[in-house]
Design a protein around this ligand. Structure first.
Ligand code: ADP
Ligand code: MG
Length: 323
């Protein structure tokens, strides 16, 4: 079909779903409803999800990105674009966001597309920052020294922004430098083995690009941002904790705390999405570091929020998430 349809969907928050291959896709069927929801059928169990888009298990990395690309490029027109991958460990979050080198995911494709567009469209100044949120502590993944915990503060009154004290911002002259910095940041990302997945990442990683149009070009003064967020696994606290306890892991308390705080940020994100989608007066941005940091990009205005919920088809019937 014609690409980029996701940007044309109504509302600034779009919940997309990607099913990981591995199970015959006939087990899961989905039908879009008139109200923007999707009804899925798994072994006869019907479930209604409030999803805007479903990528089937055979959707390629290229097909996924093709639908997202116009939304990504809107940050060159001053939009704040935020793309999340959300789901349990092993469902394809990192595959979708980063991808293997031979079949890159959303992030590398988005950056390539942005730099290609900027070359033809005029001068932009590109600034990069990269943080990790781990147990509600925010750390700079690109700091020259050892990563320290940074304080998140409310910006000056009236400006409404959030400031992260001591966070480094890097000028990025070209795509090669950007890729080098991102791989440095990724290698600094804290990981801890869990019984569920030895290499599962227990932290949220946020890459933020700021694109400021030079004053000589059309649309001067516009500043757009692109946030690419690979979220920690959404498995429930009791599950992660229970497995550790059963094995008498000496790091029990640590693992439980991790699972709880990971869920705190994810629950807060779900709460914020729900409040925004149902136009509630109070949006609980302040409930977690993740939602505090991303508040300007999530709220109403010139924003596009794309939440890619990743599922393994077998989990689909029991999965929970923001809706
Ligand atoms: P997560 O980051 O959610 O824990 P991963 O992205 O690491 O999960 O994916 C788990 C495994 O499944 C990896 O080996 C990955 O290569 C594979 N995988 C995930 N999604 C796909 C896909 N759409 N196509 C092929 N392999 C996939
Ligand atoms: Mg991962």
């Amino acid at each position: 079909g014609c690409p980029g349809r996701i940007l044309e969907l109504k509302g600034n928050i779009r919940v997309l779903c990607r099913l990981r291959p591995g199970t015959p896709s006939s087990l899961v069927s989905s039908e879009p409803g008139l109200d923007g929801s999707v009804t899925t059928c798994y072994r006869g169990h019907r479930r209604r999800f409030r999803l805007d888009w479903v990528f089937p298990p055979d959707a390629s990395q290229e097909e996924v990105f093709r639908e997202l690309e116009p939304a990504v490029l809107s940050c060159l027109r001053g939009y704040s674009v935020c793309i999340f991958t959300y789901g349990q460990t092993g469902t394809g979050k990192t595959y979708s966001m980063e991808g293997p080198p031979e079949d890159p995911g959303i992030a590398p494709r988005a950056l390539q597309s942005l730099f290609r567009e900027m070359r033809t469209g005029g001068q932009h100044q590109v600034t990069l920052s990269m943080v990790e949120i781990y147990n509600e502590a925010v750390r700079d993944l690109l700091a020259p020294g050892p990563p320290e915990r940074l304080a998140v503060r409310q910006g000056p009154a009236g400006q409404g922004g959030i400031q992260v004290a001591g966070l480094t911002y890097w000028d990025v002259p070209n795509l090669e430098t950007l890729h080098q910095m991102l791989s440095l940041g990724r290698s600094n990302r804290a990981t801890a083995a869990t019984a569920m997945n030895q290499h599962s990442s227990r932290s949220h990683a946020l890459v933020t690009l700021t694109l400021q149009a030079a004053s000589s070009t059309r649309g001067s003064g516009t500043t757009g941002t692109l946030h690419l967020v690979d979220l920690a696994g959404s498995e429930r606290a009791w599950k992660a904790g229970g497995v550790c306890r059963a094995r008498g892991d000496p790091d029990d308390a640590q693992r439980l705390r991790e699972a709880r705080t990971i869920n705190r940020s994810l629950l807060a994100l779900g709460g914020v999405m729900t409040a925004l989608r149902s136009r509630r007066a109070h949006v609980p941005f302040r409930d977690s570091q993740l939602t505090r940091l991303l508040q300007p990009a999530l709220g109403p205005g010139a924003t596009a929020v794309l939440l890619l919920q990743c599922f393994s088809p077998l989990d689909f019937h029991s999965a929970r998430g923001p809706r």
